[in-house]
Design a protein around this ligand. Sequence first.
Ligand code: ADP
Ligand code: MG
Length: 382
Amino acid sequence: MSKKLINKVEKSFISEFNTNPLMIFSPGRINLIGEHTDYNNGFVFPAAIDKGIVLAIEKSDNNYSKVISIDMHEELILNLKNLKKIKENTWKNYIIGVIAEILKKGKEFTNFNCVFAGNIPVGSGLSSSAALENSLALGCNELFNLGLSKRELIHISQKAEHNYVGVNCGIMDQYASMFGKQGHAIFLDCKTLNSELVPVHLTDYEVILVNSNVKHALAESGYNDRYAVCQKIIKLLNKPSLRAVSIEELNTLKAKISESDYKKGLYVLQENERVVACKNALKDNDIKSVGEILFQSHIGQSKMYDISCVELDFLVETAKENDSVIGSRMMGGGFGGCTINLVLKKDLQDFKTKVSTRYKEKFNKDCSIYKVKLGDGTRVIK
Ligand code: ADP
Ligand code: MG
């Protein structure tokens, strides 16, 4: 968590509103494995990171609420009695959504002022969106003593994204951001929301993210299209979710759906199996197997679920050519964003140089490379 970021947000709040705010930190997340399984009631294996959103909030006597985004240099004036989604794509819908969803629960509160900023690369699959939603949800809960549990808060965040942003996200991002624990990953069953904190000891290896710094226009529609394919399959099989579908049952649809839809269904079933295998390998300190499962997962995402892109495929292929990398795959919703890599600590510099040079040669564009630290979940910091 960055002290500089906290100071910036706090100072900016005080200079704008002349009062001391309640301060919240909410992290982004990585996902070791389990992509697009969450909205299929499957398994995921994410972890909160030490980067996120810092949000300052305090009650106001005005007859409106004011929210300032430092990073976007914009402000939002809210009338709590008349909250409507804004047509354009904007951060404001995350704010409007969270407030509207809290109000739908019959919780009442007064106007407030809020300032926030973040240090997660936005739209890179590190879930800056869930960090933003959770920071505001927890901020309101604490400031107005709403008495909502953290579980209720993450559902408020998720519904905000469904109903006000238009992304049919699962619960993984909000869960990981809220319940993360330093040095641990969360094995989460998205059907029951039962979870297990697993210590991440990677011996000689380090988790390294490579950001392709691209986000293809397909990201949002592609996500919702995949969601629709999964819904179609479960309707045909009369099942509540893909979690309840076996490979044999999916095979009965072979003649009824396109090959591409069949492969998408199969990917989800196989990815669920990989998440469980990955967790077991990590617990057994079998880091080589963890890495191999990540490579397999990427093949599924690229060749079956069709959510990769040339840049991500190139980054994974380039990583694979290095003996110091034992696992690599695209991470997040797809069509851009980051790859996650397990890289031998002593060869880190060499890996960075190779990958960034080759990426630049190929796409005439820079990639960004970060080491991630696994951190605690959404919390009050002041
Ligand atoms: P991801 O969650 O992978 O970062 P999303 O597209 O789901 O990508 O969410 C990114 C959106 O969240 C941004 O376009 C913006 O609307 C909002 N957002 C995230 N971080 C910030 C921030 N620091 N300031 C303002 N808006 C933010
Ligand atoms: Mg997001």
